[in-house]
Each structure stands twice: as structure tokens, then as C-alpha cells.
Design a protein around this ligand. Structure first.
Ligand SMILES: [Zn+2]
Length: 145
């Protein structure tokens, strides 16, 4: 069975995402450009419920690491709501919305968690979602909610 089916947020290769959350992701990506931004997205009942922006510890246009204090605070907040970490989000200011090798390596630490990436490389921002399982990348369709 694929990772998509196991994750808190997705089923059958799809995940539901509201216009509000999608807007939050794009706004954060734009605010932190030219650096990569990052954050975590809570999930419940097979849908993404809210976005929690975090600081990028690397302050870099090429890579990200979620600030460890933010990660702890956000994880506690999500668990206190009885929800799960559904997705890790980060931006690609200058490249396509597809996981880099660095992202694939990082994903080993986040089993069952989807990856959402916002690219600012084109005129219009592009947000895509992926399950990354043992080095295999599987796109997850983002469906309006
Ligand atoms: Zn990346």
C-alpha cells in the first residue's frame, strides 16, 4: 500500500485543501522570498485544516529547516487540537514545485506526512503536493475544499 493511503491527510492520491490555506501558503512564500519559507499544516478527517508558518532556520534561498522551537510549539498546538501533522510546506522561490534530492532525504524523518511545495518561478505561483516514501515521489492531487 502506498504512503498516500497511510497519511493523515490524503486518501486515494488526493488531499482536500481550502482556498484559505492555499492563499496562506502563497502569501508566506511571497513574504519570505527570495528565501525559502516553511511551515506545517494540520490535518483531520482526511483534509488539511490549518497552516502554521514557521521560521526557516537557514534563512536561505536554496534550502530550509523548520526552526526547532517553532516545530515543537506547532506540534504541541496541533496535538492539543486532537489533529495530526498532515503536511510539511516549503517554497521554491526559483525552481519548480517538485521535491529536490534534499527534500527526498529530509522526508525520511517525516513518515506519513505529505509535502506541499509552492513555486514562485513562474508568473503565477504553483502549489503541488507529494507523498515521498523511501525515496519514491508520488504526486498527490490537491482538490479544492
Ligand atoms: Zn525543496
Amino acid at each position: 500500500m502506498s504512503q498516500v493511503a497511510h497519511s493523515a491527510a490524503a486518501s486515494l492520491g488526493q488531499v482536500r485543501i481550502s482556498d484559505r490555506i492555499r492563499g496562506d501558503l502563497v502569501a508566506h512564500a511571497r513574504a519570505d522570498a527570495p528565501n525559502e519559507c516553511c511551515g506545517m499544516i494540520a490535518a483531520a478527517d482526511g483534509r488539511l485544516t490549518s497552516y502554521f508558518p514557521a521560521a526557516n532556520e537557514f534563512n536561505s534561498p536554496m534550502r530550509f529547516q523548520i526552526d526547532s522551537g517553532d516545530q515543537l510549539r506547532i506540534t504541541n498546538e496541533i496535538e492539543a487540537r486532537g489533529e495530526a501533522i498532515g503536511a510539511i510546506f516549503h517554497s521554491h522561490p526559483n525552481s519548480e514545485a517538485y521535491p529536490s534530492q534534499t527534500d527526498v532525504n529530509l522526508a525520511r524523518w517525516w513518515p506519513g506526512v505529505l509535502w506541499l511545495i509552492c513555486s514562485l518561478a513562474e508568473d503565477e505561483p504553483v502549489v503541488r503536493g507529494f507523498a515521498i516514501d523511501d525515496g519514491r515521489i508520488e504526486e498527490v492531487e490537491l482538490v479544492g475544499d
